[in-house]
Design a protein around this ligand. Sequence first.
Ligand SMILES: Nc1ncnc2c1ncn2[C@@H]1O[C@H](COP(=O)(O)OP(=O)(O)OP(=O)(O)O)[C@@H](O)[C@H]1O
Ligand SMILES: [Mg+2]
Length: 270
Amino acid sequence: MNIRSPLLRDAKNEASGVDLQDAVIAVIGSKGGVGGTTLAINLAASLGQRSSGTAVTLVDANLQQPDAALMLACEPQHSVVELFKRSAALENQIIEACRCELSSTSGFRLVSPPLDGSAASENNLSELVKVIPSIGNVSNGIVIDLPKNLDRYLVTMLDLASVIVLVLEPNLLSIAAAKRWLAAFEDLDYPAEKILLVANRLGGKFKFVEEQLFVSFSGYEILRLPNAYSLSESCAIAGAPIVVKHPKDNYSKAMRIVAASVYDRLKQTT
Ligand SMILES: Nc1ncnc2c1ncn2[C@@H]1O[C@H](COP(=O)(O)OP(=O)(O)OP(=O)(O)O)[C@@H](O)[C@H]1O
Ligand SMILES: [Mg+2]
């Protein structure tokens, strides 16, 4: 038995005491539906639980399908579009008004596009790129839930990130998609230390596919999140992160290991 294995201990204490300041952590799914938004929410909550003072900000960059607000039962009074309109001279007061407080946790706040998806036709990610540094000024770290279309704006967002969390599932299409993302990241000259792979929904019946996943990405760290179907659904209905509502569940323990790894990488890059 490997007594040092991170799976044998809870990473809770290791992740404490680090100030994230204006660090940007990008979360991107290798394909649709792999659990990117669920991970971004729970990562922001885990990072928020470990930091004191100013809250972490979760930015939902999915202008057409802004799911995070729905999963957090949050109806933003002021959306990110307010920030786009005032990007030339953004005051902290305006940014604070757009960082929605959440009923389930005070550890992070949400900046969301309008829930009707209108930002997709009226705005684009270049506007979000401009306001990220200002959001960083009032936050203790930013987690961005990114869309999956590779264009120059997405690249600018990825460039801003100190850590990219690439989420994949143990199935052939998701593994193939993750390989394509990694090829793109290599073309962009991102070092392997900037990228953290997270295999979500582990523990299914196709063990050989899981085994294949773990031998498919040499040179990259791969962390594990277990299947947590009913918990993730019930927490989405309740509008609360899993790590807040069920801190002792295996998904939450594994998520704290992800958060600890993100902290470690941020420490190395600052
Ligand atoms: N570890 C998990 N175990 C089981 N179900 C999960 C897990 N993580 C997420 N889910 C569920 O999978 C579904 C998709 O999750 P989510 O919306 O986070 O994915 P996504 O990658 O953000 O999707 P999209 O491509 O639409 O943005 C949701 O119903 C969510 O509750
Ligand atoms: Mg999503």
